[in-house]
Ligand binder design. Structure first.
Ligand code: HXC
Length: 517
């Protein structure tokens, strides 16, 4: 009996030793030679030491075609389980490229689904580490169907638990859609995402493009906007995921954790009073305002290289997590366009889903004019911003720093769209349109008939500016709640959020709205 128990234990230990080796020592060497970490090494960086509990380590596929019976590895190319990040519970899965290129199989789908179900039931975030050649070709339709199992769970968990995807190697074919359905995509190291690879593109269009030029971090962090955060190394990407998680709650029924504040809540920043240039057309960097107002070093910009005419990200005020949305006058004068609309709308909905108050800074001349914008559907894209602000029930505060012109005034968290408190700096200019075009419309005849038309136009422009290029008209009619000195913005926001922390607002019951897409 004693001997049998010993044999059983030895067998289990041997199986576990094999599981830890994934595709074997040679494949691990190849992975390292590519400058990549293994699935387990990545998890060790992500999770608190000793916190990982693995499930499904011994699962293998049962497919024999294409010689797959000779290639059965415990775990089947994915490591799944639970652990802790900075003491908070998370569910994790990490694809193991050393096993058949991390290719996606029915077993992988069952293992991920199991973790997704348990994470959703327990109300804890799920983090996926992706490194896969896509659907396992040898498994045929089984591997295609397998994606559906994961996708449906991504969607059911959407807005309930935070879902983070790290792309640390190839993420090809169907593999792209699970990350794309999650809340945040982070790309690092050799991470590369594409639906149809360079070979397919060459065969179909004749175009020759490298994998990195097609779907590397530069492409998805900048042009396509698929990636929310990008890092050079895998270790930096994993550190970024942990940082991002610190701003999010465990689930939609909880608030994000408060970090013990180190920055005085009512700190005044004198430099802010001199931030806005006298010349209304001179740019400044809105991020200077954000970093000065929020808790020191707390601002994490999301999608920094995509649509840089808008700024979104997480910051903290008195240790509480806050979503920041802003126009960026340093790029396209802060005008809104298609990409900026998508970026802002998505971020608002993310904050709203996870009980994160939103502070919006406005300096925007309006929507960017142009045929490419109109043909590209700026109407339906811009509508997403309006939809997202109107729908959001979290505390919302706006601060007009300079221009809030026309559509931008309305779309960017205007009071009528259920913004709780609206502040303006003395430099604010709230008007239907800029002075010159307004005068041309309103006084065309008067200017034409004047003895000196140019002189008359200048006078009328000056009058228009005098009348509208200040925040006091808007404050007069209650569109702005309070005109504040820039230096006191931090203190005002801290106090306002303290009041609004217990805000309760409900939307009418419905199956779901129809957000413009
Ligand atoms: C089975 C795969 C595989 C796959 C890679 N491998 N992808 N095995 N199914 N999808 C295997 C390789 O054969 C190889 O095995 C090992 O993994 C490592 O791959 P390499 O090619 O040597 O690595 P690398 O040079 O780094 O290139 C990685 C890669 C490339 C860019 C991912 O392997 C590739 O292009 N794979 C195919 C990608 C693809 O087209 N996927 C789409 C599948 S269809 P050996 O033993 O030779 O070393 C799909 C549609 C689903 O996903 C749609 C659902 C909505």
């Amino acid at each position: 009996m004693q001997g049998k128990t010993h044999d059983h234990l030895e067998l289990l230990r041997e199986m576990r030793r094999r599981a830890v080796l994934g595709g074997g020592a040679r494949r691990i060497e190849q992975q390292h030679a590519r400058g990549k970490l293994t699935a387990r090494e990545r998890l060790a960086l992500l999770l608190d030491e000793g916190s990982f509990q693995e499930f499904g380590a011994l699962a293998t596929h049962q497919v024999s075609e294409f010689g797959l019976d000779q290639q059965r590895f415990p775990g089947d190319g994915i490591v799944t389980g639970f652990g802790k990040v900075s003491g908070r519970r998370v569910a994790v899965f990490a694809q193991d490229f050393t096993v058949l290129g991390g290719s996606f199989s029915a077993v992988q789908a069952h293992k991920i689904s199991r973790i997704q179900d348990l994470a959703l039931e327990s109300g804890i975030p799920i983090i996926g580490l992706n490194d896969s050649g896509g659907a396992r070709i040898q498994e045929g339709v089984r591997s295609l169907a397998a994606y559906g199992e994961v996708f449906v769970r991504n969607v059911m968990a959407s807005g309930v638990i935070p879902q983070l995807s790290l792309v640390l190697g190839p993420c090809a074919g169907g593999a792209v859609y699970s990350p794309a359905l999650t809340d945040f995509v982070l790309m690092a190291g050799d991470g590369c995402m594409f639906l149809t690879g360079p070979d397919v593109i060459k065969a179909v269009t004749g175009e020759q493009v490298s994998a990195q030029d097609l779907g590397g971090a530069d492409v998805h962090g900048g042009r396509s906007g698929v990636a929310h955060l990008v890092a050079d190394t895998e270790a930096a990407g994993i550190a970024l995921a942990k940082l991002l998680l610190s701003y999010l709650p465990q689930n939609n029924n909880e608030d994000p954790p408060q970090i013990r504040p180190e920055d005085p809540a009512h700190r005044m920043d004198e430099a802010l009073n001199a931030l806005i240039p006298d010349d209304e057309n001179q740019p400044y960097d809105m991020r200077d305002a954000i970093t000065a107002i929020f808790d020191r070093d707390s601002f994490l910009e999301v999608q920094p290289a995509f649509a840089p005419n808008a700024v979104v990200g997480f910051g903290r005020l008195d240790g509480y997590s806050v979503g920041v949305v802003a126009n960026q006058p340093a790029c396209l004068s802060g005008a809104l366009n298609i990409d900026a609309s998508d970026k802002i709308a998505r971020f608002i909905r993310t904050c709203d889903a996870f009980n994160i108050p939103i502070v919006t800074f406005i300096d925007c001349p309006g929507f960017l004019p142009g045929t490419d914008q109109e043909y590209g559907g700026v109407i339906r894209h811009g509508a997403k911003i309006i939809y997202a602000y109107c729908e959001a029930t979290v505390p919302k505060i706006s601060v007009v720093t300079r221009k809030a012109m026309g559509g931008a005034y309305v779309a960017m968290s205007s009071k009528q769209m259920r913004t709780d408190l609206a502040f303006a700096w003395p430099s604010a200019r709230i008007a239907v349109m800029g002075a010159e075009p307004a005068v041309r419309v309103l006084y065309r005849d008067e200017v034409r008939q004047a003895a000196d038309p140019a002189q008359r136009e200048r006078e009328l422009v000056a009058e228009y500016r005098e009348r509208f290029f200040n925040p006091y008209r808007a404050a007069d009619v209650g569109q702005i709640d309070e005109v504040i000195e820039p230096r006191e913005t931090r203190s005002r926001l801290v106090r306002a959020l303290e009041v609004l922390r217990t805000k309760v607002q409900l939307n009418p019951p419905k199956k779901h709205g129809l957000s413009p897409t």
